[in-house]
Design a protein around this ligand. Structure first.
Ligand SMILES: [Zn+2]
Length: 252
């Protein structure tokens, strides 16, 4: 298996790769925030790291930068353990990541984001970076092209989109069971908010904190989660994301 993690390499290995045409780097972006009473705080960053690793392993001439493990999560601060970077801090982190990688000669930078709270900071950082580095290609994934897959999961496993969940529901719980079963506590699987999670409800939860929407922190239902479903969810989503990134790379 090819080595793709930048932080597992020596500087001389990175130099050699750059000289041999490796010019693309993937950065996973996650969060360290509550995911209900049964999932670890690392859930989003673990998924981000797994997807980024898959992309880097699947594309030619690509390596993986260290995953950004903490994101913008002020709306989860009502739950102990959540760590939140201010939007301005996350933008500064992204700016420094991009500048460092571009300094070394990377020509294509792929961001794969797995936490909604990070979107504005990423959009702002990319807008700035595109102006500053017009010769560099930037591709950014967050939820694009996943609707069809999500609808199929709901049909196949007889779940409503609300149960599959926007946060720590059946989807993330099942995936986390695949990524590290030891960190998941099935005895504490709960049903969270499964009402209409529309724009208005979401905006209110972001404004006033998720604790005002869901006492246990879950938006979805974890009680039917399983490792088998997790394997299906993860492999399907990895392919959807990779296809999206491939098509964006072809366009640019
Ligand atoms: Zn999550």
């Amino acid at each position: 298996m090819k080595k793709v993690r930048l932080d597992e390499m020596t500087w001389s290995e990175v130099k050699k790769l750059l000289e041999n045409g490796v010019d693309t780097v993937v950065i996973g972006i996650g969060s360290t925030e509550q995911h209900g009473p049964s999932l670890p705080l690392q859930t989003d960053r673990r998924i981000a790291d797994t997807v980024a690793n898959f992309i880097a392993s699947s594309l030619e001439n690509t390596i993986q930068a260290p995953t950004i493990m903490v994101g913008n999560s002020p709306h989860h601060m009502g739950f102990p353990g959540t760590i939140s970077l201010k939007q301005s801090t996350l933008e500064a982190v992204l700016e420094d990541y991009l500048e460092s990688l571009i300094h070394h000669g990377f020509k294509t930078i792929i961001l794969t984001n797995h936490h909604g709270g990070n979107c504005t900071a990423i959009d702002n950082s990319l807008e700035k970076a595109r102006k500053e580095f017009p010769a560099v290609r930037f591709v950014s994934f967050y939820n694009q092209n996943t609707t069809e897959a999500i609808n199929k999961f709901c049909e196949k496993y007889q779940l409503t989109p609300a149960e599959l969940g926007a946060h720590a529901g059946d989807l993330e719980t099942s995936i986390m069971m695949v990524l590290d079963e030891n960190l998941v506590c099935p005895d504490w699987f709960v049903k969270g908010f499964v009402g209409d999670y529309n724009q208005e409800v979401r905006a209110k939860a972001h404004r006033e904190g998720y604790i005002t929407l869901t006492e246990n922190g879950v938006v979805g239902d974890q009680r039917m989660a399983s490792k088998e479903k997790g394997l299906d969810y993860l492999s399907t989503l990895k392919e959807v994301i990779l296809n999206y990134i491939r098509s964006e790379l072809e366009k640019s």
